[in-house]
Write a protein that binds this ligand. Structure first.
Ligand code: MLT
Length: 250
């Protein structure tokens, strides 16, 4: 695609992360697209506060409106996917295509809500307990040996998230809506990308996207876990790029 036709892609991180989790993937996408990797309120360099998924989505909507000025591709990793779904429900006119990466469209069940409450209590005394609980499940087994630099980046990002932001985000995830009908009804093209070894939102979660929306597509990233954009940035970029290209040409 010529430079003048570059499309815009907004990239949204998961929990407890920030925009840096998309860095390598955004570099690979940059020949085809202008990437906007955002820090959600409370994360990275963003000092704003968000208490609900709708607050996060409003922030992204404001960014798209002010910086891009029209409908754009939006990709969300895990919690970022929940934000994308909320954005799609609230402001569909700002969305040209949705990429749901290592995420799910259903709400938390009662057991998961109870677990969120336990994690909120654990986060009260600092982020360390959440980091050590989540870290082992974030990637495919063996990432620390396979990619020590990526593993270090992941730990560094997770350790910088404040206790206050962790607690607010855990509550926002606990209280988020089920977006099965959002995906079922949308006319916006949808791609689900998932690490084959994702232990938090496994490939069956991407199958729920396809079950809700027959036009949706799914791409499985072999060897990657829940952090597919960090673990296999070129493969994720190729998946997004190929799909965006098809959608943009329609
Ligand atoms: C994330 O990676 O953003 C979270 O693990 C998502 C979740 O806990 O539901």
């Amino acid at each position: 695609m010529p430079q003048s036709e570059k499309c815009q892609i907004v990239l949204i991180h998961g929990f407890p992360l920030d925009r840096r989790v998309w860095d390598a993937c955004a570099r690979s996408l940059s020949t085809q697209a202008t990437c906007h990797a955002l820090d959600l309120p409370g994360f990275g360099a963003n000092n704003l506060t968000a208490l609900t998924m709708a607050d996060f989505a409003e922030y992204v909507a404001g960014y798209i409106h002010e910086t891009i000025g029209g409908p754009t591709f939006v990709a969300g990793l895990s919690m970022g996917g929940y934000v994308v779904l909320e954005l799609l429900a609230m402001r569909p006119e700002l969305v040209r295509g949705v990429v749901l990466v290592d995420t799910k469209i259903v709400a938390d069940n009662e057991t998961q809500k109870t677990n969120r409450n336990r994690m909120i209590d654990a986060a009260r005394s600092g982020p360390a307990a959440i980091v050590s609980e989540m870290l082992p499940n974030m990637t495919a087994p063996g990432m620390a040996d396979r990619d020590p630099e990526g593993w270090q980046t992941l730990q560094t990002i997770m350790q910088t998230v404040t206790s206050k932001t962790m607690m607010a985000s855990l509550a926002a995830m606990r209280d988020r809506q089920d977006h099965t009908q959002t995906i079922a009804r949308t006319k916006v093209p949808v791609l689900a990308v998932v690490g084959a070894l994702d232990a938090i939102t496994p490939p069956a979660c991407a199958d729920q996207v396809l079950a809700a929306n027959a036009a949706a597509q799914k791409i499985v990233i072999s060897g990657a876990g829940h952090m597919a954009p960090l673990e296999a940035p070129q493969a994720v970029a190729a998946a997004i790029s190929g799909w965006v290209d098809t959608v943009a040409r329609k």
